[in-house]
Design a protein around this ligand. Structure first.
Ligand code: GLU
Length: 327
C-alpha cells in the first residue's frame, strides 16, 4: 500500500511537472525538458551529451531547462529522431548532417530533411579500423574475406566504412563478411574472436578502443590511405590520424593515418529559439569548463566550433553567435 501510494504520488508530481511545462506557470521560470540523442555508451557521443546536459542542468534556476541523455544507435538514428520530434537534440556526424539536409545517402528516398538545424560543431572523429593481430589483416585490402563489423544501420560509421571500401574497390556485400552490430558490442566481439576487425567513426580516446586494445587478443589499428578521391568527392571528409599513445595495448608503434569528420550538435527548426540560445550560450561562455569534461574536446575553440556545419544554424544559436560577434 505504501509503495502504491508512493508510486501514485510520483505520478502526480510528474503530471504536475508536465502541466507546469505546458502552461508556463506564472511563478518561477518556465520548465522545459529536452532529450539529447547520443551513441553507444563506450563512444564519445554519450559522454558529450552528458557534458552538455551537466552544464545546462546546473543552471536550472536560470534557464529552466532539464536535459537528459539517451544512448542511441548513432548519427542516422539521431537525425531521424530529431525530425520526428522524439528527440530535441542529437550528436550527428558532419557528413550525416550534410546528407540529411541535402537528401542524399540514407535520405535519398525520403528527401531533404529541411527542418534539420545545426547548433555547433564539437570534436573531430576518425574513421577507425581496428583488427586482431592474428586476423591476417595488415593492410586495408586484407579485409577481403574477413568478418568485419561495419556498424548498425542507424550508425554514422556504416556509411563511412562502405565509402572507403568502395574507394578501395571492395564490395561490402560480397567481398567481406559484413556484420551490422552496434559499436558498443564490437570490443567484446573482437576479444571473443567472433569478428576479425571493426570500423568505428569516433573521437579519441574512447572506451570502445580502450577495451578492445587491452584484452588478451592483441590488436592494431589499420592505416587507411587511399583517401584522395574520397576527399575530392565529398566536402565533409578530411585527413586525420589515430593517436596510438592513447592505446598502449595496441601493437602499433606510431600514429596511424586515416580520414574523418566532425561531431556536431543538431536540432530541429521546431525547437524554441530560447532553448537553443540558452544551451549555446552556456557551452560557449564556459568553454574552458566544457573542455575539461572529455579529452577529445582539447582541440576545441569557439571559432572551430562553427566549422563543418552544413545545415542552416538554428535561429537561437545564430542569435548568440551574432551577439558575441562570431557571426
Ligand atoms: N560517430 C558515431 C555515429 O555517428 C558515434 C560515435 C560516438 O558515439 O562517439 O554513430
Amino acid at each position: 500500500m505504501k509503495k502504491l501510494l508512493t508510486v501514485s504520488m510520483l505520478l502526480l508530481v510528474s503530471a504536475g511537472l508536465v502541466f507546469a511545462n505546458g502552461q508556463g506557470e506564472e511563478s518561477g521560470p518556465k520548465r522545459t525538458f529536452v532529450t539529447i540523442g547520443t551513441g553507444g555508451v563506450t563512444g564519445v557521443y554519450y559522454p558529450t551529451g552528458g557534458a552538455i546536459s551537466k552544464m545546462v542542468n546546473q543552471k536550472y534556476d536560470e534557464y529552466g531547462i532539464k536535459a537528459t541523455v539517451e544512448s542511441t544507435g548513432g548519427s542516422v538514428f539521431n537525425v531521424n529522431a530529431i525530425m520526428s520530434g522524439d528527440l530535441e537534440f542529437g550528436v550527428v556526424q558532419s557528413d550525416r548532417q550534410y546528407q540529411a539536409y541535402n537528401g542524399t545517402a540514407d535520405w535519398e528516398d525520403v528527401g531533404p530533411q529541411e527542418k534539420l538545424r545545426a547548433v555547433f560543431a564539437i570534436h573531430p572523429e576518425s574513421v577507425t579500423l581496428l583488427a586482431a593481430d592474428d586476423s591476417g589483416i595488415e593492410t586495408f585490402e586484407d579485409i577481403k574475406g574477413k568478418i568485419i563489423n561495419i556498424g548498425n544501420p542507424g550508425s554514422g560509421q556504416r556509411g563511412n566504412a562502405i565509402d572507403i571500401m568502395e574507394a578501395y574497390g571492395i564490395d561490402y556485400e560480397t567481398d567481406i563478411k559484413a556484420q551490422s552490430l552496434k559499436a558498443s558490442e564490437s570490443a567484446k566481439m573482437l576479444q571473443d574472436g567472433r569478428i576479425d576487425a571493426y570500423f568505428y567513426t569516433v573521437g579519441h580516446p574512447n572506451g570502445s578502443f580502450k577495451e578492445a586494445t587491452s584484452g588478451s587478443r592483441k590488436t592494431h589499428f589499420v592505416p587507411i590511405t587511399e583517401v584522395d578521391e574520397l576527399l575530392a568527392q565529398y566536402p565533409y571528409y578530411a585527413k586525420s590520424f589515430i593517436p596510438v599513445a592513447e592505446y598502449p595495448g595496441a601493437s602499433n608503434t606510431g600514429n596511424v593515418d586515416t580520414f574523418g569528420v566532425k561531431a556536431t550538435f543538431c536540432t530541429s527548426a521546431d525547437v524554441p529559439d530560447d532553448v537553443v540560445y540558452a544551451i549555446t550560450k552556456e557551452i560557449f561562455e564556459n568553454l574552458d569548463e566544457f573542455k575539461t569534461l572529455h579529452p577529445a574536446f582539447a582541440v576545441l575553440t569557439k571559432e572551430n566550433m562553427l566549422e563543418g556545419l552544413s545545415a542552416p544554424l538554428h535561429d537561437g544559436a545564430m542569435k548568440y553567435f551574432q551577439e558575441v560577434g562570431l557571426k
